[in-house]
Design a protein around this ligand. Structure first.
Ligand SMILES: [Zn+2]
Length: 260
Protein backbone atom coordinates (compact mmCIF):
# COMPACT_ATOMS: atom_id res chain seq x y z
CA UNK A 1 0.00 0.00 0.00
CA UNK A 2 1.11 3.53 -0.71
CA UNK A 3 0.35 6.08 1.99
CA UNK A 4 0.07 9.82 1.50
CA UNK A 5 1.32 12.42 3.98
CA UNK A 6 0.37 16.05 3.42
CA UNK A 7 3.25 18.45 3.97
CA UNK A 8 3.73 22.24 3.84
CA UNK A 9 0.88 23.87 1.91
CA UNK A 10 0.74 21.61 -1.13
CA UNK A 11 3.46 18.92 -0.92
CA UNK A 12 2.92 15.19 -0.73
CA UNK A 13 5.31 12.77 0.93
CA UNK A 14 4.69 9.19 -0.23
CA UNK A 15 5.22 6.14 1.95
CA UNK A 16 5.41 2.73 0.28
CA UNK A 17 4.66 -0.03 2.76
CA UNK A 18 6.67 -3.15 2.06
CA UNK A 19 6.28 -5.96 4.59
CA UNK A 20 6.95 -4.30 7.94
CA UNK A 21 8.88 -1.33 6.68
CA UNK A 22 8.00 1.90 4.98
CA UNK A 23 9.99 3.45 2.22
CA UNK A 24 9.55 7.23 2.19
CA UNK A 25 9.80 9.38 -0.90
CA UNK A 26 10.85 13.03 -0.58
CA UNK A 27 10.19 13.70 3.12
CA UNK A 28 10.51 17.49 3.15
CA UNK A 29 9.11 17.43 6.69
CA UNK A 30 9.11 14.77 9.40
CA UNK A 31 6.34 15.43 11.92
CA UNK A 32 3.43 13.94 9.93
CA UNK A 33 5.35 10.70 9.39
CA UNK A 34 6.56 10.49 12.99
CA UNK A 35 3.02 11.08 14.27
CA UNK A 36 1.81 8.22 12.09
CA UNK A 37 4.48 5.85 13.43
CA UNK A 38 3.71 6.85 17.03
CA UNK A 39 0.14 5.66 16.47
CA UNK A 40 0.72 2.67 14.20
CA UNK A 41 1.26 -0.69 15.83
CA UNK A 42 1.50 -2.48 12.51
CA UNK A 43 4.59 -0.99 10.91
CA UNK A 44 7.93 -1.64 12.50
CA UNK A 45 10.19 0.94 10.91
CA UNK A 46 11.13 3.43 8.26
CA UNK A 47 13.36 1.21 6.15
CA UNK A 48 14.58 3.54 3.40
CA UNK A 49 14.33 7.09 2.10
CA UNK A 50 14.28 7.92 -1.60
CA UNK A 51 15.05 11.48 -2.70
CA UNK A 52 14.29 12.87 -6.16
CA UNK A 53 16.13 16.22 -5.99
CA UNK A 54 17.78 18.72 -3.69
CA UNK A 55 15.01 21.23 -2.96
CA UNK A 56 14.32 21.84 0.71
CA UNK A 57 10.68 20.74 0.54
CA UNK A 58 11.94 17.29 -0.53
CA UNK A 59 14.94 16.75 1.75
CA UNK A 60 14.19 18.86 4.85
CA UNK A 61 12.81 16.00 6.97
CA UNK A 62 15.67 13.52 6.49
CA UNK A 63 17.66 14.47 9.62
CA UNK A 64 14.80 14.12 12.11
CA UNK A 65 13.52 10.91 10.54
CA UNK A 66 16.92 9.23 10.57
CA UNK A 67 17.57 10.19 14.20
CA UNK A 68 14.12 8.98 15.29
CA UNK A 69 13.55 5.62 16.96
CA UNK A 70 11.48 4.53 13.96
CA UNK A 71 14.35 4.53 11.49
CA UNK A 72 15.64 0.98 11.20
CA UNK A 73 18.18 0.17 8.57
CA UNK A 74 16.95 -2.90 6.70
CA UNK A 75 19.64 -5.48 5.82
CA UNK A 76 17.51 -6.95 3.05
CA UNK A 77 17.77 -3.83 0.87
CA UNK A 78 19.86 -4.43 -2.23
CA UNK A 79 21.34 -1.95 -4.69
CA UNK A 80 21.91 -3.53 -8.10
CA UNK A 81 21.66 -6.98 -6.52
CA UNK A 82 24.20 -6.41 -3.73
CA UNK A 83 23.84 -5.44 -0.08
CA UNK A 84 24.72 -1.82 0.70
CA UNK A 85 28.39 -1.34 1.49
CA UNK A 86 28.35 1.21 4.27
CA UNK A 87 26.00 4.11 4.75
CA UNK A 88 22.31 4.25 5.47
CA UNK A 89 19.63 3.42 2.89
CA UNK A 90 19.02 7.04 1.94
CA UNK A 91 19.07 7.15 -1.85
CA UNK A 92 19.22 10.09 -4.24
CA UNK A 93 21.28 12.05 -6.76
CA UNK A 94 24.90 13.01 -5.99
CA UNK A 95 24.18 16.67 -5.27
CA UNK A 96 21.84 15.62 -2.40
CA UNK A 97 24.67 14.14 -0.31
CA UNK A 98 25.03 17.36 1.65
CA UNK A 99 21.36 17.03 2.64
CA UNK A 100 21.65 13.48 3.94
CA UNK A 101 21.70 11.15 0.91
CA UNK A 102 24.17 8.31 1.57
CA UNK A 103 23.63 6.13 -1.50
CA UNK A 104 24.07 7.94 -4.81
CA UNK A 105 21.87 6.52 -7.58
CA UNK A 106 21.44 7.30 -11.25
CA UNK A 107 19.81 6.01 -14.43
CA UNK A 108 19.39 2.24 -14.55
CA UNK A 109 20.19 1.50 -10.90
CA UNK A 110 17.82 -0.89 -9.15
CA UNK A 111 16.87 -0.84 -5.47
CA UNK A 112 15.27 -4.08 -4.28
CA UNK A 113 13.22 -4.41 -1.09
CA UNK A 114 11.60 -7.84 -0.61
CA UNK A 115 9.72 -8.59 -3.86
CA UNK A 116 9.55 -4.93 -4.87
CA UNK A 117 12.00 -3.07 -7.05
CA UNK A 118 12.54 0.60 -7.71
CA UNK A 119 14.24 1.35 -11.02
CA UNK A 120 15.97 4.72 -11.16
CA UNK A 121 15.39 7.08 -14.08
CA UNK A 122 17.43 10.24 -14.61
CA UNK A 123 14.81 12.92 -15.31
CA UNK A 124 16.66 16.28 -15.10
CA UNK A 125 15.24 19.64 -16.17
CA UNK A 126 13.45 21.05 -13.11
CA UNK A 127 16.85 20.87 -11.42
CA UNK A 128 20.20 19.87 -12.92
CA UNK A 129 20.06 16.49 -11.21
CA UNK A 130 16.70 14.85 -10.63
CA UNK A 131 15.76 11.19 -10.48
CA UNK A 132 12.46 9.30 -10.54
CA UNK A 133 11.72 5.89 -9.02
CA UNK A 134 9.68 3.33 -10.95
CA UNK A 135 8.13 0.80 -8.58
CA UNK A 136 7.38 -2.68 -9.79
CA UNK A 137 5.97 -5.33 -7.57
CA UNK A 138 6.57 -8.95 -8.52
CA UNK A 139 3.67 -10.21 -6.45
CA UNK A 140 1.38 -7.43 -7.70
CA UNK A 141 1.20 -5.93 -4.26
CA UNK A 142 1.48 -2.53 -5.94
CA UNK A 143 0.38 -1.25 -9.34
CA UNK A 144 3.29 0.12 -11.39
CA UNK A 145 4.01 3.50 -9.87
CA UNK A 146 6.40 6.28 -10.77
CA UNK A 147 7.60 8.73 -8.14
CA UNK A 148 8.60 11.69 -10.27
CA UNK A 149 9.22 14.49 -7.73
CA UNK A 150 8.78 17.86 -9.45
CA UNK A 151 9.22 16.72 -13.06
CA UNK A 152 5.68 15.82 -14.11
CA UNK A 153 2.56 17.10 -12.31
CA UNK A 154 -1.12 16.45 -12.73
CA UNK A 155 -1.93 18.46 -15.87
CA UNK A 156 1.46 20.15 -15.83
CA UNK A 157 5.20 19.91 -15.28
CA UNK A 158 7.86 21.43 -13.06
CA UNK A 159 9.34 24.84 -13.66
CA UNK A 160 12.95 25.09 -14.70
CA UNK A 161 14.64 25.97 -11.40
CA UNK A 162 18.33 25.32 -11.92
CA UNK A 163 17.88 22.74 -14.67
CA UNK A 164 17.58 23.02 -18.41
CA UNK A 165 14.41 23.20 -20.50
CA UNK A 166 15.74 20.84 -23.19
CA UNK A 167 16.46 18.26 -20.49
CA UNK A 168 12.98 18.74 -19.06
CA UNK A 169 11.43 18.05 -22.46
CA UNK A 170 13.51 14.89 -22.87
CA UNK A 171 12.65 13.74 -19.35
CA UNK A 172 8.92 14.09 -20.01
CA UNK A 173 9.33 12.09 -23.24
CA UNK A 174 11.05 9.40 -21.21
CA UNK A 175 8.22 9.27 -18.65
CA UNK A 176 5.63 9.11 -21.41
CA UNK A 177 7.14 5.80 -22.56
CA UNK A 178 6.36 4.05 -19.25
CA UNK A 179 3.40 1.63 -19.25
CA UNK A 180 0.19 3.66 -19.73
CA UNK A 181 -1.38 2.24 -16.58
CA UNK A 182 1.48 3.56 -14.42
CA UNK A 183 0.28 5.67 -11.51
CA UNK A 184 2.12 8.98 -11.29
CA UNK A 185 2.98 10.06 -7.75
CA UNK A 186 4.28 13.60 -7.99
CA UNK A 187 5.25 15.76 -5.03
CA UNK A 188 2.73 18.60 -5.28
CA UNK A 189 -1.02 19.15 -5.53
CA UNK A 190 -0.98 21.55 -8.48
CA UNK A 191 -3.49 19.79 -10.72
CA UNK A 192 -6.36 22.28 -10.50
CA UNK A 193 -4.24 25.34 -11.35
CA UNK A 194 -2.46 23.45 -14.11
CA UNK A 195 -5.74 22.39 -15.70
CA UNK A 196 -7.19 25.88 -15.36
CA UNK A 197 -4.25 27.11 -17.43
CA UNK A 198 -4.60 24.22 -19.89
CA UNK A 199 -8.35 24.79 -20.25
CA UNK A 200 -7.85 28.49 -20.98
CA UNK A 201 -5.18 27.80 -23.56
CA UNK A 202 -6.74 24.76 -25.22
CA UNK A 203 -10.48 25.52 -24.99
CA UNK A 204 -11.33 23.09 -27.78
CA UNK A 205 -9.85 20.08 -26.04
CA UNK A 206 -12.87 18.38 -24.47
CA UNK A 207 -10.77 15.92 -22.49
CA UNK A 208 -9.00 18.79 -20.71
CA UNK A 209 -12.30 20.55 -19.94
CA UNK A 210 -13.85 17.34 -18.61
CA UNK A 211 -10.86 16.65 -16.39
CA UNK A 212 -10.72 20.24 -15.16
CA UNK A 213 -14.39 20.11 -14.10
CA UNK A 214 -13.82 16.85 -12.22
CA UNK A 215 -10.66 18.09 -10.51
CA UNK A 216 -12.40 21.30 -9.42
CA UNK A 217 -15.13 19.23 -7.73
CA UNK A 218 -12.58 16.93 -6.11
CA UNK A 219 -10.67 19.86 -4.68
CA UNK A 220 -13.86 21.49 -3.39
CA UNK A 221 -14.36 18.25 -1.48
CA UNK A 222 -10.72 18.37 -0.32
CA UNK A 223 -9.88 15.19 -2.21
CA UNK A 224 -6.34 14.67 -3.54
CA UNK A 225 -5.97 14.44 -7.32
CA UNK A 226 -2.73 12.46 -7.05
CA UNK A 227 -1.88 9.77 -8.04
CA UNK A 228 -2.94 10.29 -11.61
CA UNK A 229 -2.67 7.62 -14.30
CA UNK A 230 -0.12 8.16 -17.06
CA UNK A 231 -2.80 7.47 -19.73
CA UNK A 232 -4.80 10.44 -18.37
CA UNK A 233 -1.71 12.69 -18.53
CA UNK A 234 -0.97 11.57 -22.09
CA UNK A 235 -4.47 12.72 -23.08
CA UNK A 236 -4.79 15.97 -21.13
CA UNK A 237 -1.38 17.29 -20.06
CA UNK A 238 -0.32 19.98 -22.59
CA UNK A 239 3.37 19.30 -21.91
CA UNK A 240 2.86 15.71 -23.09
CA UNK A 241 0.37 16.34 -25.89
CA UNK A 242 2.47 19.10 -27.53
CA UNK A 243 3.90 18.24 -30.94
CA UNK A 244 7.51 19.30 -30.54
CA UNK A 245 10.08 21.08 -28.39
CA UNK A 246 9.18 24.52 -29.80
CA UNK A 247 5.57 24.12 -28.74
CA UNK A 248 6.64 22.71 -25.37
CA UNK A 249 8.88 25.70 -24.69
CA UNK A 250 6.12 28.16 -25.64
CA UNK A 251 3.66 26.52 -23.24
CA UNK A 252 6.23 26.42 -20.41
CA UNK A 253 7.12 30.12 -20.85
CA UNK A 254 3.50 31.13 -21.18
CA UNK A 255 2.65 29.27 -17.94
CA UNK A 256 5.62 30.87 -16.14
CA UNK A 257 4.17 34.30 -17.00
CA UNK A 258 0.52 33.35 -16.41
CA UNK A 259 -1.15 35.25 -13.64
CA UNK A 260 -3.95 32.71 -13.18
ZN1 LIG B 1 11.65 21.13 -6.67
Amino acid sequence: MIRRFDAFSDNYIWGVEICETMCLIDPGESHQVLKYFEKSSRLASIGAILITHLHHDHVGGIGKLVSSKFFGSDDSILLNGSPLVGGLPIFGPGDCQKYGVEQVVSDGDIISIASNTFEIFDIPGHTKNHVGYFLKSEDNEHRPAFFCGDTLFGGGCGRVLGGDITDLYKSLKKISKLPRETLIYCAHEYTETNLKFANENFPNNREITKRYEKVKKDRENLLPTIPTELSCELATNPYLTCKNFKEFKEIRISKDNWKG
